[in-house]
Design a protein around this ligand. Structure first.
Ligand SMILES: Nc1ncnc2c1ncn2[C@@H]1O[C@H](COP(=O)(O)OP(=O)(O)O)[C@@H](O)[C@H]1O
Ligand SMILES: [Mg+2]
Length: 561
């Protein structure tokens, strides 16, 4: 019999989601190839029939006494059970061992490698990272589950979010199921607020404020009102006039039967001319009504008597806001001539990357979109892409009622700095984008529209959206509010691993979720080419010779807006 004192490591207590292990000498306990760290895996087994695999969550030191009465240090490890290797096969879930085994060792490299390699069918494996504790072990995820559910990538500035987003998409567009040449069938739309991604995807369908054409007449009624009516004003006159004129103009330009015309309403996705709206508002604002009587006496004798229309003079603010919007050069992409003329199908093709040349990745560089219309712009685009999925599914199911794949051209929508579009805030200025993206978060999966949200402030993201994410890459996160928020939303019972988040290196992250075989701390592979950094090398630039500056050219650019 082994004396208890000779046992180097043993399980000392077992909780539903945790095992505590006491280790006499950490040096002896480790295996040569790997230094034990938070995130390392342990094997707990008295025999080889059933091996419990657990991940180390934290270390602590306890000072006790030996049987001789001299002081002795003990290391206490806490680990989360992840699953069992039974008959050579790994199963998730650790609560199936009746009597907890006592013997603990670091998991063998081959054992862990085998779990990662054998738990997934070859054609489902999607890899973009290696184990942080052992870079020779690739960590694949289930590619179908990963993209079919929403993904969140969180981390402080500089933790490696943009590089991780780029790497994941680069690997997705390069994956092929056969020997064909040409593009694969991946479809990604990136909402790029900082102009970062063009360099990472040189052959993408790149759209910025100068090439984006987005018809205002596709905005829904809330978005239209946000654009054209002062949000602070609760002016029914403005709202009613606006609504009437939009409906009138939609009817005027619609080429269809009288019966169809009768069904046109404020939200119908039909063309209307914004200059019709302006003309209508102008007319109402200066309307005079003929009373049918004539002046009997005085200067105006014999002339028709008029009274002011009910809105006369009351729409002056509205008219000037309309004029400002229509003449604002920065809103050309939404209200200009091209936006009036573009057809619905061309709008959709543009956004989906089905253009004169096809692209897997569409980059929507939103850096030039004025802040006050950012939310409705993102909302409109997101809604169009969601509805694409919705109608495409409907079409496919109508064509073949036995159809099992809802959408054979599924999309991934990537929102960088997601807290800017879907914040935890009820402010009106975020309402439009928040509604559209929340809808995708709730229903997108059924229609082949998934989200990838990247954010440095997860605690500022709408909880409705965040809680719909099934796979997480949590990079270095230093803000305690954000750490706690992430901790609460983690799907696995791995709360304490979050304590590791502040000390992760660039590109190192906690990878968890239902596409992941084992929750792991991984190092993301480097992407190639890289996204552009927005870091200006100040000191390098300052050390160079004085540079000339063309102030006049800057003035011209300024005045053109
Ligand atoms: N997988 C990685 N391995 C090593 N360094 C990385 C990795 N990913 C990113 N980095 C480095 O971290 C820095 C920040 O990356 P970036 O993606 O711009 O972060 P974020 O978008 O979170 O601000 C970059 O300088 C980059 O070179
Ligand atoms: Mg970034």
């Amino acid at each position: 019999m082994i004396e208890p004192d000779k046992l180097n490591a043993e399980v000392i207590s077992v909780f539903p989601d945790k095992v505590r292990i006491s280790v006499d000498n950490l040096e002896d306990f480790q295996i040569a190839e790997e230094k034990l760290k938070v995130g390392s895996y342990l094997r707990i087994a008295d025999n080889d029939n059933a091996v419990l695999i657990a991940i180390i969550e934290n270390f602590s030191i306890e000072v006790g006494v030996t049987s001789e009465g001299s002081p002795r240090r003990k290391y206490i490890l806490e680990a989360n059970p992840l699953g069992l290797i039974r008959d050579g096969k790994f199963e998730r879930g650790g609560d199936t061992i009746a009597i907890p085994p006592k013997k603990v060792e670091p998991a063998k490299k081959e054992e862990i490698e085998k779990i990662f390699q054998e738990s997934l069918e070859e054609n489902k494996k999607f890899s973009f990272a290696t184990l942080s504790t052992n870079s020779s072990i690739t960590v694949p995820v289930d590619g179908d589950k990963f993209f079919n559910k929403h993904i969140a990538i969180v981390g402080s500035t500089g933790s490696g979010k943009s590089h991780s987003v780029a790497k994941i998409i680069q690997n997705a567009i390069n994956a092929k199921s056969g020997e064909y040449t040409g593009l694969n069938n991946s479809h990604v739309v990136i909402f790029d607020i900082h102009s970062e991604y063009k360099t990472a995807f040189p052959t993408s369908n790149f759209i910025d404020i100068s090439s984006l054409i987005l018809p205002y007449w596709l905005l829904n009624s809330d978005e239209l009102q946000e654009l054209f009516i002062e949000t602070e004003s609760n002016d029914h006159n403005q709202r009613n006039t606006f609504k009437e004129s939009v409906i009138n103009s939609r009817i005027l330009h619609f080429k269809g039967t009288a019966e169809q015309k009768n069904k046109i309403h404020f939200d119908s996705p039909l063309y209307f001319d914004i200059t019709d709206v302006l003309a209508y508002a102008n007319a109402k604002n200066s309307e005079t009504i003929d009373t049918g009587e004539l002046y009997a006496t005085g200067e105006k004798k014999g002339q028709p008597k008029t009274t002011q229309g009910s809105l006369n003079g009351k729409l002056t603010n509205f008219v000037s806001r309309l004029e400002n919007r229509i003449n604002d050069k920065r809103l050309e992409f939404l209200l200009g001539d091209k936006a009036k003329k573009i057809s619905f199908d061309d709008t959709l093709k543009q956004l989906l990357g089905y253009g004169s040349s096809n692209s897997n990745v569409t980059i929507l560089d939103l850096s030039g979109v004025p802040f006050e219309v950012l939310s409705i712009t993102v909302s409109l685009i997101s809604r169009i892409l969601f509805e694409y999925g919705y109608y495409y599914k409907r079409m496919r199911c109508e064509a073949n009622s036995a159809e099992r794949i809802n959408n054979d051209v599924p999309l991934l929508l990537v929102y960088e700095e997601a807290h800017k579009y879907v914040p935890n805030s009820d402010l009106v200025k975020y309402r439009a984008s928040k509604e559209s993206i929340e809808r995708i978060a709730k229903e997108g999966r059924k229609y082949g529209i998934s989200l990838l949200l990247a954010s440095q402030r997860p605690s500022e993201i709408s909880e409705t959206i965040f809680s719909q994410c099934n796979n997480f890459l949590a990079l270095r996160l230093t803000n305690p509010n954000d750490q706690n928020y992430v901790k609460r939303l983690l799907p696995d019972t791995l709360g304490n691993l979050v304590d590791k988040l502040p000390s992760l290196k660039a590109g190192e992250c906690l990878l968890i979720g239902d596409a992941v075989i084992l929750p792991s701390i991984v190092q993301m592979d480097r992407c190639d080419p890289e996204p552009a950094s927005n870091d200006i090398p100040y000191f390098q630039l300052w050390k160079e010779e004085w540079k000339a500056l063309d102030v006049l050219a800057i003035k011209d650019a300024w005045y053109q807006k």
